[in-house]
Design a protein around this ligand. Structure first.
Ligand code: ZN
Length: 183
């Protein structure tokens, strides 16, 4: 177990663009950050994976949303939330609808950062790598212990926007320690 403090979020402002690299990344204006102890990390972009890239106690999930932040020395910090099949999630639906609309219209998604702000407690924490090229290390990962739900239709819509499933195959843990933080 770790005594590392869990991230606390202060998200303000709005989305600025949809960037295709080649998967859609929803970029955000400056003004949103998470803090871990004395360190601050600015929100850069939000994207998703279907199926999820993390398992929890061996359980697999339908989707995962990543909030990508950057701190001092270009240190990356990603907050992840996994979703199982169930009721539709309203924030995920806004993400889907505004990504579709903004890409068609060529303007910025109408999304408030605050809607994506992660709560203060309940995370798994480890130091790993990016799940998309260039897989550079290290990345500070904070995975929410709370599992959300998305509907089968939302999974279809998320996959339509990424031209199919886009999760990286599960990686060997390679001796990494996964720490549990927060409440
Ligand atoms: Zn990701």
């Amino acid at each position: 177990m770790s005594d590392a403090p869990a991230p606390t979020a202060d998200y303000r402002g709005a989305a600025s663009a949809v960037e295709r690299r080649p998967l859609p990344l929803i970029t955000f204006e400056r003004g949103s950050e998470v803090r871990v102890g004395a360190d601050a990390y600015r929100l850069l972009q939000v994207h998703w994976h279907t199926p999820a890239e993390h398992t929890i106690d061996g359980a697999e999930f339908a989707a995962e949303v990543h909030l990508v932040h950057i701190g001092e020395g270009d240190q990356l910090l990603v907050v992840g939330t996994v979703y199982e099949l169930g009721e539709a999630d309203s924030v995920v639906q806004r993400l889907i609808d505004e990504t579709m609309r903004a890409e068609a219209a060529g303007d910025a998604p109408r999304l408030d950062a605050a809607a994506f702000a992660p709560p203060a407690g309940g995370y798994y924490h480890y130091v790993g790598s990016l799940t998309a090229p260039p897989f550079s290390e290290p990345v500070l990962w904070w995975l929410r212990q709370a599992v959300g739900t998305v509907s089968p239709r939302q999974v279809e819509q998320l996959q339509a926007l990424t031209d199919g499933p886009n999760a990286r195959p599960l990686q060997d843990r390679q001796g990494r320690t996964i720490l549990c933080c927060g409440g």
